[in-house]
Design a protein around this ligand. Structure first.
Ligand SMILES: NC(=O)C[C@H](N)C(=O)O
Length: 332
C-alpha cells in the first residue's frame, strides 16, 4: 500500500477474544467462535494504525493449543517476516497457554521485526469486552518501529510483557498477566507506547533453535510436587517413554525423597530432568538443597514450569547433554 503506515498481519488462533456467550453478563461461553474479519471490524480506528491483513490459523480455546499449531504459526511468521512487505505480526490467542506459545515463538522466530501476541479474559459478547482494545494496542505495538528487537511480546490490559517474563496469574480478572520477577517491557495506552527496557535472554535471530528442521517435539511431562506427593507419576512417565520431565517443585525446586529418588532413576535412564518451582516468582538455584551436579538434574533458573517444558522440548531436539541444557536455561 502506498501510505506511511506499517504493514501488519494478524494471525488468529482462537481463544476467549474470539469467544461467544449467549448473553453479555454470564460466565459461560465458548472460545474460538468469531473469525478474524469480524474481530478486526469490531475495533473502531484500528485501520488508522497499520495496513492490516488478517489470516485464520486455527480457532481453538488455547487449552487445545498444540505443537502442530505452534509449528504452523512459526512457519507462517517466518515466511511473512522474510518479506519486505510485512513489518510486524499480531497473534490473537487464548490466554490459558498464551505464555507458552509466546515463549516458543520468542525462541524460534528468525526476525527482529515485532511479533505481538494478545488475547482477552472476557468473550467478545461480554459487557465491557476488553478484546477490542487489546487488539488495538497489539496492532499499535506491532506497527511501531521501537518494537523491533524485543522478541515476542504479550500485550494485554495496557501492558507490554516479554515472552520469557510473563505469566497468567488470575483465572478471570482482566488484569491477569504479570511479569512477576523481571518486570514489564513497557506500556501501551490507547495505542501510545512507552518501552522501559529490552528483553533479557537470547531470543529470535540469536537463538540456536529453528523451526526449519522440526516436524514434532519430544514428549516432556510435567509433574507437580506437594507434601507427601507420590513418586508413581514419575515412574509412569518413565514407562511411557518420555524424553524429559519437568518437576513443578516446592520452594526452590525441591521435592520429597521418594520423588527425588525417582528423578535419579529417570536421569540414569537418559531422561533429562529439570527442577522448576510451583511458586509464581524467583530463581530455582542450582545445588541449593538438591545436588544437581551429583544427580545430573537441571535448575530452571527463573523459568516457570510450563515454559521450562517448552524450552526443554526444544533443547532435546538438539542435545541431551545436561551441562549444555543448563547453560541454555541460564542464557535464553
Ligand atoms: N481467556 C481465555 O482466553 C481462556 C480460554 N480458555 C483460552 O485460553 O482460550
Amino acid at each position: 500500500q502506498k501510505n506511511d503506515l506499517s504493514n501488519v498481519v494478524i494471525l488468529a488462533t482462537g481463544g476467549t477474544i474470539a469467544g461467544v456467550g449467549e448473553t453479555g453478563a454470564q460466565a459461560g461461553y465458548t472460545s474460538g467462535q468469531v473469525g478474524i474479519e469480524t474481530m478486526i471490524n469490531s475495533v473502531p480506528g484500528i485501520e488508522k494504525l497499520a495496513n492490516l491483513t488478517g489470516k485464520q490459523i486455527s480457532n481453538v480455546g488455547s487449552q487445545d493449543m498444540s505443537i502442530k499449531i505452534w509449528l504452523k504459526i512459526a512457519n507462517r511468521i517466518n515466511e511473512l517476516l522474510a518479506s519486505e512487505d510485512v513489518d510486524g505480526i499480531v497473534i490473537t490467542h487464548g490466554t490459558d497457554t498464551l505464555e507458552e506459545t509466546a515463549f516458543f515463538l520468542n525462541l524460534i522466530v528468525k526476525s527482529d521485526k515485532p511479533v505481538v501476541t494478545t488475547g482477552s479474559m472476557r468473550p467478545s459478547t461480554a459487557v465491557s469486552a476488553e478484546g477490542p482494545l487489546n487488539l488495538y494496542n497489539a496492532v499499535a505495538v506491532a506497527a511501531h518501529p521501537d518494537s523491533k528487537g524485543r522478541g515476542t511480546m504479550v500485550v494485554l490490559n495496557d501492558q507490554i510483557h516479554a515472552a520469557r517474563a510473563v505469566t497468567k496469574t488470575n483465572t478471570n480478572a482482566v488484569q491477569a498477566f504479570v511479569s512477576p520477577f523481571r518486570g514489564l517491557l513497557g506500556s501501551v495506552i490507547y495505542g501510545q507506547i512507552e518501552f522501559y527496557r529490552k528483553p533479557f535472554g537470547v531470543h529470535s535471530t540469536e537463538s540456536i533453535f529453528s523451526v526449519d528442521d522440526i516436524s514434532s517435539l519430544p514428549r516432556v511431562d510435567i509433574i507437580y510436587a506437594a507434601a507427601d506427593s507420590s513418586a508413581d507419576l514419575i515412574d509412569l512417565s518413565i514407562k511411557a517413554g518420555v524424553k524429559g520431565i519437568v518437576i513443578a517443585g516446592v520452594g526452590n525446586g525441591n521435592m520429597n525423597t521418594a520423588m527425588l529418588e525417582a528423578c535419579k532413576k529417570a536421569v540414569n535412564q537418559g531422561i533429562v530432568v529439570v527442577r522448576s518451582t510451583r511458586l509464581p516468582s524467583g530463581y530455582v538455584i542450582r545445588n541449593a538443597e538438591v545436588n544437581d551436579d551429583e544427580i545430573g538434574t537441571i535448575a530452571s533458573d527463573d523459568l516457570n514450569t510450563a515454559k521450562s517444558r517448552v524450552l526443554l522440548m526444544l533443547c532435546l531436539h538438539e542435545t541431551k547433554n545436561a551441562k549444555d541444557i543448563q547453560e541454555i536455561f541460564y542464557n535464553y
